[in-house]
Design a protein around this ligand. Structure first.
Ligand code: HEM
Length: 179
């Protein structure tokens, strides 16, 4: 077999493996294993930061998606915000991952719910409209929402989110969720 054939086979085998590794890399950390309980002298080690017990009470300040862009980490004098399903979290404490040029800056200054649900870091996926996510990906998205809620202060909500923003239904004065 020639070297180029070997390379082709290696690619065919490695690409799906890399995709799966990336897809499921955080799932164990996001969804705690139910059993067995860890022995006291063997604490579970996680790559993810631990939940915080000193969070401030959630705030309800309104943000438009355009306003959120100001908080994308490009100006070090401003906080960094990440929105998930319209909930705006202050992630400034983790500027090492959300700051300009860092691994998860793609989610800073915006609502990238769809990308979080898909476990994707692609620019085109980091958008607020997650309506076409599968049930499995919605669960992943909800897990991320729970993860952030336990670790970051909530500073407000997105008022023009394409899914959670209330819309008026024709013939009715009642705002109805856009789902
Ligand atoms: C194999 C590929 C990946 C590796 C090795 C990896 C590794 C890591 C590590 C080590 C952390 C902990 C960072 C820290 O606390 O400083 C982390 C957190 C995180 N990862 Fe990944 N990751 C990968 C892929 C992805 C993908 C595709 C996404 C897209 C959703 C993603 C989203 C996140 C998020 C949102 C956090 C939470 C950061 C926080 O706020 O604490 N990762 N990842």
């Amino acid at each position: 077999m020639s070297t180029s054939d070997l390379l082709k086979y290696a690619l065919v085998l490695l690409l799906p493996a890399a995709y799966l590794a990336r897809r499921y890399y955080h799932s164990a950390a996001l969804t705690p294993a139910p059993d067995p309980p860890p022995a006291e002298d063997q604490p579970v080690k996680s790559i993810m930061q631990a939940p915080k017990d000193d969070l401030a009470p959630p705030k309800d300040d309104p943000f438009t998606l355009a306003q959120l862009k100001e908080f994308d980490g490009s100006d070090p004098s401003k906080p960094i915000y990440v929105s998930i399903k319209g909930t705006v979290f202050d992630v400034s404490a983790k500027a090492d991952v959300y700051g300009a040029g860092r691994s998860y800056n793609i989610f800073a200054g915006k609502d990238g719910s769809k990308g979080l649900g898909m476990s994707s870091l692609k620019e085109e996926h980091a958008v607020p409209d997650y309506v076409d996510l599968s049930e499995t990906d919605r669960k992943v998205l909800d897990d991320w929402h729970g993860f952030f809620t336990k670790r970051y202060n909530i500073v407000g909500k997105v008022i023009d989110h394409p899914i959670s923003a209330p819309v008026k239904t024709e013939g009715s004065d009642d705002p109805t969720p856009n789902l």
